[in-house]
Design a protein around this ligand. Sequence first.
Ligand SMILES: [Zn+2]
Length: 326
Amino acid sequence: MKIQFETERLIIRPLVPDDAEAAFRWCGDPKVNTYMIYPLYHRAEDVRTWLEGRNPDDPDNYDEGIVLKSTGELIGSGGMAYHPDRNAWEIGYNIRADQWGNGYVVEYLRALLEQIRKVRPVEAIDGIFAEENYKSRRVMEKLGMAWVRDTSFDKLDGSQTFRAKYFRRNLEQPAGQCGVCDRIEKTRKGNNPYFVRETETGYVVLGDHQRFEGYTLLLCKEHATELNQLTPAFRDAFLRDMAVTAEAVQNVFHPDKLNYELLGAGKGRHMHWHIFPRRQGDTEKPGPVWLEKDMNDDRYLPSTEKLEEMKKALGSELDRLLPRNK
Ligand SMILES: [Zn+2]
């Protein structure tokens, strides 16, 4: 997609066929190409053919030219491509080898993300890079991305397979996009009457309707849909926080059994644990709580006094249990 803007040191502008000579300085450089998916270019004419064949208006692909303000030279290209399966932008770039190490990619991609999130508020930025490519790792870390899992990729011509790393940053959603992000924002500002306690990875809140007394939620601090979108360390801590929250609910509300459910596809796709205390005979037939049509009936909204009492009891039990489970 054509986009044009300036950063402190760079001018970002669409690539045109006449950029072929300048682009050949990185497209034809084996050093730059080492970990790239595309084969090395051997002639500037082939770069021109590539540039002529691109669709510069593709809304799913921002692949722009990076120009140095100080000299006016085109020193690289890159940007972000949209992946609908992950609702994420995946980053990619090439920079002329003599311009490495100056932080240009990070400066560009930070600004690009800001620009294009206004157009499409995606949920994450992703990046895949060859394991040995420590420079790309630095770029992704500076963009706030972190390792989620190992993977691999092949060069397009099949000549090489690289062991690779998959990095990701889940993005907090702008106001109005995600019900859970909105509620977390409200909680942070001290405007959520159901808020009980913050944990390392989430926020413990009581359910609005207490049809099942002690109904509690743990809202994940990261805007993510699935556990596999979290770094393993955060994922494990999130699961631990859920288990401890459930234990506190059990100790305070004394159910016969707890139900645990990780949902997250309402307004926004944001994981949150539902913890339901269940009691013998609490539904007409044994079954999931969601079958109860009256679950969100206003008569199950707790009074202010009751809510305060429940929050206090659950909060102090969490204060007791959480430090023991680090
Ligand atoms: Zn969210």
